[in-house]
Structures are given as structure tokens and as C-alpha cells.
Write a protein of this length. Structure first.
Length: 414
């Protein structure tokens, strides 16, 4: 009975804290008296919560800016004549603000050859962001060490406080099992990374696949913002994807939902590392397009060179890209028939080519998707940069906490 009562009180305290933070997010700096008035909470409750949040550096306190006839004083602290108040004695009234340098959420995209990190505060503003290279052969310990070193550098460079970190979101390559399933083997690389990060930051770590998280970021801050049904295609050296249906990121029974790159385009095609044959990734991934250009007599050094040639209008390179985009479009049209999305978002280096890619995808949707639905499907390139997975990790944390962000902006100085 005592345990249940204690848990109920803790939940109530959490609800009160959330309400005060939400009011500060809406209104900016407020005095304690104003927080009491706006929240309807008791003086004792507000003072206790504010004190704890100041101690954790979630909030900062500074003098009230002067306005009107109050000379910067807290109106609730003034008597009828101002006599006997702290302001009358010359001490300025104080307000509390969300700490723009207080980290609440850390989003990490742990890709095969690079690391993305974004840190967001309680106002859902980006406090800092970075991308650093990783060795493809780096093990779990090296990857966790790289995360720690990068976060330490961000903290030092921007004066960030980690005292109020409430959650870490982690994007990982490959299949990531659902959170409601049995946890992975404790000796697995995924489990070791999650455990080490949880210890490092003293908070739970939520995980998902990097590309799926990028799809979630797209519906939160990108080209599909506020849309509830999208198909997301990540197209680069490798090909991945994500599905958002009814506003929820689809993970599937085995953590494999949205693996568009492993749709078989040719059951008799070459074997894929996933165990299948003729997968889309092997047909349209950048290495395959480089090989195709070379087969047509074009001297192409690598994927970056191919992209440069296509952007400059080199005929063979443009044809190879258009043919690949048409192949991708046929796969996307099949998905469109099944889930009826509002938008198809294309991300990655190939999306940067614009019209040759998007027009070919659009043509396949118009030809192969249901005629009544195809016209209502938007086809767009992602505006998000290389940190989309890390932003998606923050979006995952916000949804897990029941928050619906209005946007993610860069935080100003305190």
C-alpha cells in the first residue's frame, strides 16, 4: 500500500513539473508568483519544484527585465505602496527561465562510418549538433567512446549542462528489435552499446533503426511535417526506408518494417548480403550505378564522381540515374497501393539530383499506383541534412514522453 501511494505521489509530482515546464515553454520567464497563479498549484509545490529544477540546471534564474511602471519588479511581490518589498529595498525581482543550455534529450545516429549527435533542451531547441567520422571496423567499445568524446566536446564548446538529461535516443544500423520484445542477448553489440550509454548518461536509452528514425524526423521537422502517412526512401550507397502510418513509426513483428532496399526486384538476380536475391539495393545503390556507367564506356571513379556527372548533364550518367529512379518508383508504387501514403520522401545523395530522380518516381506512381490515390501523393526530396537519424532519435523520445513538438530550432544564448 505504501509503495503504491509513493508511486502515485511521484506521478503527481511529475505531472506538476511537466505543467510548470510547459507554462515556461509557452510564456518565457516567469516569477514564482506568476507560476503559482497560472498553474493553480500551491506555493509550497511551486517553490519546491522550481528549487529542484534550478539545482538540476533545467531552469536558470535572473533579474526580471524592466517593463511598464513596475521597474522590473515582480508585480505579485509588490504591496499597495511597494513598502517593505525586496524591490523597495533595491533588490531586483527574479524570474525563472528554461535553461537554453540545459540538455534534456540527446539524439544519436550511430551509422557505420559516422556518428551524428544532436542535443535538445526542454524548449525542444537544438543546443548543439555534430557529425564525426567513425572507422567502419570500430567495435562497440570504440563507438561508445566516440559518443562520449563527442558529447564532452559539445559540452565544453557550448557550455551545456547535462544535469537534466531525461533521455537518450539511439539510432542503429540494421535490424533493431522492438522494445516490447525480449531484450537482445546481453553479449550482443547492440546490448553492450545501449548498456554503456545508459551508464554513461544515467538515463534510459531508446533504440531504433537509423533510417526509420530519419523517417520520423521527416514527419516532425522535414518535408512531411504534420503528415500521418508517408513512405521514406533513403538512397545512397545503400538503400533503406521507413514507413509512418497513422502518425506511428512502423517497426513490424521482427524490427524489419520499411526495409525497402531489400525488396526483391529479380528473384533470379545476384545474391544479397541479407540472404535474398536481386534486392533493390543491389540494383540502384551507388556502387551498382557506377558499374553500370562503366559498362556504358563512361570513366567513373566512384559514386561522388557519378553524381557530379549526372548533375552536370552527362547523358549516360543521367540515363543510368533515371533508369534507377524508375526502378525505385515501381517499388514505391507497390507500397503506395498497399498503404496509401500522403507523401513519398526521397533522401540521400541521389535525392540531391532533383528532377531526374523525383520526376521518374512520380511517373511510376502515376502509372502504377491506384489512379484515385496517386494524384494526391506528394513526391519530395528531404530537406534534412546528414543528422536526420539523430533528429529522429529526439523525435522518438518526445513521442515516448507524450510531447508533440512545434518545431526544432537553434537555441539562442542564455
Amino acid at each position: 500500500m505504501a509503495d503504491r501511494r509513493g508511486a502515485a505521489l511521484q506521478r503527481l509530482r511529475g505531472a506538476h513539473e511537466t505543467a510548470l515546464l510547459a507554462e515556461l515553454r509557452r510564456s518565457g520567464g516567469l516569477s514564482r508568483s506568476e507560476l503559482i497563479e497560472r498553474s493553480g498549484l500551491s506555493r509550497t509545490t511551486v517553490f519546491a519544484i522550481v528549487s529542484d529544477l534550478l539545482a538540476s540546471k533545467t531552469l536558470v534564474e535572473r533579474p526580471r527585465a524592466a517593463s511598464g511602471g513596475t521597474d522590473g519588479q515582480d508585480p505579485a511581490a509588490q504591496g499597495a505602496s511597494g513598502a517593505g518589498t525586496s524591490a523597495a529595498r533595491g533588490r531586483p525581482a527574479m524570474s525563472v527561465f528554461l535553461n537554453p543550455r540545459g540538455a534534456q534529450l540527446i539524439g544519436i545516429g550511430l551509422l557505420r562510418t559516422r556518428l551524428q549527435i544532436v542535443i535538445a533542451n526542454h524548449a525542444h531547441e537544438l543546443v548543439s549538433r555534430c557529425t564525426v567520422p567513425l572507422a567502419a571496423e570500430a567495435g562497440p567499445g570504440e563507438r561508445v567512446a566516440a559518443v562520449g568524446a563527442a558529447v564532452d566536446a559539445m559540452v565544453a564548446a557550448h557550455g551545456i549542462s547535462l544535469a537534466a538529461v531525461a533521455g537518450v535516443g539511439l539510432g542503429l544500423p540494421g535490424l533493431v528489435r522492438r522494445r516490447d520484445q525480449e531484450p537482445p542477448d546481453a553479449a550482443s553489440a547492440e546490448a553492450r552499446i545501449v548498456s554503456a550509454l545508459g551508464e554513461r548518461f544515467g538515463t534510459p536509452v531508446l533504440t531504433d533503426n537509423n533510417t526509420r528514425l530519419a523517417a520520423l524526423a521527416e514527419t516532425t521537422w522535414g518535408a512531411a511535417r504534420d503528415l500521418s502517412h508517408i513512405v521514406y526512401l533513403q538512397w545512397s550507397d545503400r538503400v533503406g526506408g521507413g514507413l509512418v502510418i497513422d502518425g506511428r513509426l512502423v517497426r513490424g513483428a521482427h524490427g524489419a518494417a520499411g526495409e525497402i532496399g531489400h525488396t526483391s526486384c529479380d528473384p533470379q538476380g545476384p545474391p544479397c548480403y541479407c540472404g535474398g536475391r536481386g534486392c533493390l539495393e543491389g540494383v540502384i545503390g551507388l556502387p551498382a550505378l557506377v558499374d553500370r556507367c562503366r559498362a556504358r564506356g563512361v570513366d567513373v571513379r566512384d559514386g561522388a564522381h557519378l553524381l557530379a556527372l549526372a548533375a552536370s548533364g552527362q547523358p549516360a550518367a543521367v540515363d543510368v540515374v533515371r533508369e534507377a529512379a524508375a526502378t525505385a518508383g515501381r517499388v514505391l508504387a507497390g507500397l503506395a497501393v498497399q498503404i496509401d501514403p500522403a507523401a513519398v520522401i526521397v533522401a540521400g545523395e541521389l535525392a540531391g539530383l532533383g528532377a531526374p530522380v523525383l520526376a521518374a518516381v512520380r511517373e511510376q506512381l502515376d502509372t502504377l499506383a491506384l489512379p484515385g490515390a496517386a494524384l494526391g501523393i506528394t513526391v519530395a526530396a528531404s530537406p534534412l541534412g546528414s543528422e536526420a537519424a539523430a533528429q529522429g532519435a529526439v523525435a522518438m523520445l518526445l513521442r515516448a514522453a507524450g510531447n508533440a513538438p512545434d518545431g526544432l530550432a537553434s537555441a539562442g544564448a542564455a
